[in-house]
Design a protein around this ligand. Sequence first.
Ligand code: ATP
Ligand code: MG
Ligand code: MG
Ligand code: MG
Length: 462
Amino acid sequence: KNLSSAEIRSAFLTYFEKRGHQIVPSSSLVPGNDPTLLFTNAGMVQFKNVFLGEEKRSYTMATSSQRCVRAGGKHNDLENVGYTARHHTFFEMLGNFSFGEYFKRDAIKYAWDFLVEELGIPAEKLWVTVFDEDTEAADIWLNEVGVDADRLSRIGAKDNFWSMGETGPCGPCSEIFYDHGEQVAGGPPGTPEEDGDRYVEIWNLVFMQYDRNDKGELTPLPKPSVDTGMGLERVAAVLQGVHNNYDIELFKSLIKNAARLTGTKDTSHTSLRVLVDHIRSCAFLIVDGVQPSNEGRGYVLRRIIRRAIRHGYKLDMKEVFFHKLVQPLVEQMGSAYPELTEKADMVSNILLKEEQRFAETLEQGMKLLQDGTQSLKDKLITGETAFKLYDTYGFPVDLTADYARENGLTVDFDGFEKAMDAQRERARSASSFSADGPDLPHLTQATEFIGYESLQAESKLE
Ligand code: ATP
Ligand code: MG
Ligand code: MG
Ligand code: MG
């Protein structure tokens, strides 16, 4: 079936609603219940306390289409954007959840039935994985669903055993992959070549089966639960018969706008893909109350915006432009997310200000990078240069790294960290000896510095 993203979203929610699930709206990208988590990165985040048994809801089965951001923090896909066909910084995760109601068998059967019967995806294109010790799940797939044994793989704990934290609910996973065919590079799940775009993971089923105590011992949960997540854009690619998420209808329209805006003829240009990905995460983060800043969530937002602007620069955009992508985004996603429509002007204004701010130093920074790296023999951007770009020109280090990767260079991250340390020392002595003396400018630089630090701290917490 060829369905639009909006149609898939509603088909999914309706399917599970008909089977007794409560449709729950997407929660904010800023998790309300978890200060250690940078951004909402999965559908289960808003249900964390329900799974832990600390919160009761009026329903025991739920379904949602959750807006997610995976940039910074534990799940960081920022570096994948522009390089794989299947990763975004912002995406929507469709999910069905059982809080002690149904378990493995039903979760597997719902998933299969939805993909094959409801959406009409040919069964022989689907591959599944199970946790290698989970013979129960393997048995259901092979003997009840009837999946071909050649297309089932057993995977170790690293990828197929999920836990909420060091202790608490945990259990095996089962993933469903779609085979895009041999014209795309990549190997089946469980092989070293898996990390290509041929076999794309579309749905992850988590069976919360055990409680892990602080000694690491597992005891069966009295009421095992289910948490699933399926990437809307990846399913859309499957149903629309395209092999790259950026070719689905939603992105096509955004790319058309970005191409027009930047005067780019080649609509498969990587930078256009980066722009349309980044406008989604930036706009939705701002809608959810994040503002560009030098620390924590705000610094992640700033990094994404600046990475986008640098890609605009690559397309020869010498004027502000990024904020002009907000309106096309509203046209695509405003009906599903009315808050985006309501706050569109505010979002554009914040982006415009951030663009103007970065414009002052972008050009000089790019010159330093371009001139400085042309004659490089060892293809290494030194820590000093990366630091100067960061400190004087406002280039987040991942922006420099993105440029380096494009141009076959590497960045000396250790050297960068050392330069940061030295800067911190200078800022400290400046603040203790002459807070109002000639060293004052260092204090403002120190703010940027602390920003990076707290960001690191935050991602470690997760
Ligand atoms: P992958 O291995 O492809 O990076 P994952 O195992 O990290 O995916 P999960 O954490 O299992 O992903 O999330 C559930 C589902 O959400 C995935 O099966 C996929 O369909 C979708 N998904 C995950 N990350 C992204 C992303 N960055 N962009 C788009 N969809 C994603
Ligand atoms: Mg991932
Ligand atoms: Mg995976
Ligand atoms: Mg997964």
